[in-house]
Design a protein around this ligand. Structure first.
Ligand SMILES: Cc1cc2nc3c(=O)[nH]c(=O)nc-3n(C[C@H](O)[C@H](O)[C@H](O)COP(=O)(O)OP(=O)(O)OC[C@H]3O[C@@H](n4cnc5c(N)ncnc54)[C@H](O)[C@@H]3O)c2cc1C
Length: 425
């Protein structure tokens, strides 16, 4: 039960933790930076969409953690189990305690398979798959699919990369067309949401893709149960007006054979289902004083939306999926958050004010709409479109583009491993 002090403790060696550590040490290699993470592997998760569609090798999304730890940083391969900001301390699972001058929390998001009845039992077998859990199995399911209902869905909780549940659907639809089974397939997207995408410029393009592909789109559908044995998904309808939900039960068009159960529930039978599981902040964060203890952001780390500094504990910062920020949780967001965190940390170390308020909610979602087609949705707080000034001069990123697909498949992975994780982008 040792106690050790470090200048900067970073929790999580994922996208946020490594990017911040690399940028800090690039600016000042004498800093004492320690990174806590139990995982011996680092994952490039954005490519899991492509893995699930059989167009990217899972092996190429994984590297040894040791290979991405920046030179000069110390890696402690252990779980953080408690954050005690009153005492500037992080307790580890092995009983050791790390005290810090500054803390950066970036432990990502937790997958809650217990969050939907029957999900844990159903996941990963009998044609229930998720790119969030095992993208190789998604590809197996797509290849074995022979027609019927292909159901794509997402939970009512916040999730990382909110576009991912629909990206795999567009790719699957394309795959079904190429395999000659499209005419005996119903592709269904059932979501608790009320629109296909929050930013109108991109929503229009996605609605065109949905109409072109003949996808059955169902809003106000909250998944509450999976009956894996009988291949049925049970939804709670969250709108009182049935027409909002697009229900076809009493319709001649009830080709998907959905059934009303009681007054507010509906069952959709599936032949395959892809879903994003419910997600939340890691449990040890939820119970720490650095997180919101109540309200809509309960459980997520409390930060100033522009400086990423905790208002109650000014020596604590958070970035990435764990931070309570009203924007999409993506690696692209981390790329814009990290320099702000680094700048503010260096200012505090130099006994200056942490006055960098430069993060304005940038996030981006590379929405692949088929093999060889992608819409690059970039936006900031308030779902305001926020395009890269150089890129938007060259291409109309609100439209499906082959060039953006090439960026997603080759450009972004290269940039991630070689520039971002090395503190160069
Ligand atoms: C299917 C899928 C598709 C996606 N597509 C895109 C995309 O196209 N574009 C995009 O920008 N983003 C995408 N993302 C999201 C992106 O991967 C995340 O937003 C990003 O990785 C967040 O970085 P992070 O550092 O917050 O978390 P992560 O990168 O997940 O890292 C968290 C780290 O914390 C560690 N950790 C967890 N618990 C503890 C603990 N108790 N103690 C210490 N360490 C801990 C983990 O081991 C992990 O290494 C996608 C994600 C998925 C799953």
């Amino acid at each position: 039960m040792a106690e050790k002090h470090h200048q900067i403790v970073i929790i999580g060696a994922g996208t946020g933790g490594i990017t911040v550590a690399a940028q800090l040490l690039r600016k000042n290699k004498s800093l004492d930076v320690v990174i806590v993470d139990p995982s011996d592997k680092h994952y490039y998760q954005p490519a899991w969409t492509l893995v699930g569609a059989g167009t990217f090798d899972y092996k190429d999304t994984v590297r040894d953690q040791a290979s991405v730890i920046p030179p000069g940083a110390k890696w402690i391969q252990e779980y953080a189990e408690e954050v005690d900001p009153e005492n500037n301390a992080v307790k580890l699972r092995n009983g050791d305690t790390l005290t810090y001058d500054f803390l950066v929390a970036s432990p990502g998001i937790q997958i809650d398979l217990d969050g939907i009845e029957g999900l844990k039992e159903a996941m990963g077998k009998n044609d229930v798959c998720s790119n969030y859990v095992d993208p190789d199995y998604t590809w197996e399911v797509l290849q074995n699919f022979k027609g019927g209902n292909a159901l794509f869905t997402q939970p009512a909780t916040p999730i990382k990369c909110g576009g991912a549940p629909q990206k795999i659907m567009y790719l699957a639809d394309d795959h079904f067309a190429k395999s000659g089974i499209k005419d005996k397939t119903n592709v269904i997207f059932a979501t608790p949401g009320t629109s296909i995408f929050g930013v109108p410029e991109f929503a229009r393009t996605l609605m065109n893709a949905i109409n072109r592909k003949g996808i059955i789109l169902k809003f106000y559908h909250k998944l509450v149960k999976i009956d894996g044995e009988n291949k049925k998904a049970i939804y709670e309808l969250t709108a009182t007006d049935e027409s909002n939900c697009i229900i076809t039960v009493n319709d001649d068009n009830n080709v998907i054979h959905e059934e009303i159960v009681g007054t507010t529930r509906l069952t959709i039978p599936y032949d395959m289902m892809h879903l994003a599981p419910p997600q939340s902040a890691p449990d040890f964060i939820k119970t720490s004083k650095i997180s919101h203890q109540e309200g809509g952001s309960k459980g997520w780390v409390k930060v100033d939306q522009n400086s990423l500094q905790n208002p109650d504990y000014p020596n604590v910062f958070a970035l990435g999926d764990v931070a309570a920020l009203p924007t999409a949780k993506t690696g692209a967001a981390v790329r814009k958050q990290a320099p702000v965190v680094v700048d503010n940390l260096l200012k505090l170390i130099a006994h200056k004010e942490a006055n960098n308020k430069g993060y304005t909610g940038y996030s981006s979602c590379p929405l692949v709409t088929g093999y060889g087609k992608m819409v690059l949705a970039e936006f900031g707080y308030g779902n305001k479109r926020m395009s890269d000034p150089i890129l938007s001069k060259l291409v109309d990123t609100t439209k499906e583009q082959w060039s953006m697909w090439i960026l997603k498949k080759y450009g972004l992975p290269y940039m991630y491993w070689n520039l971002m994780l090395r503190g160069k982008a």
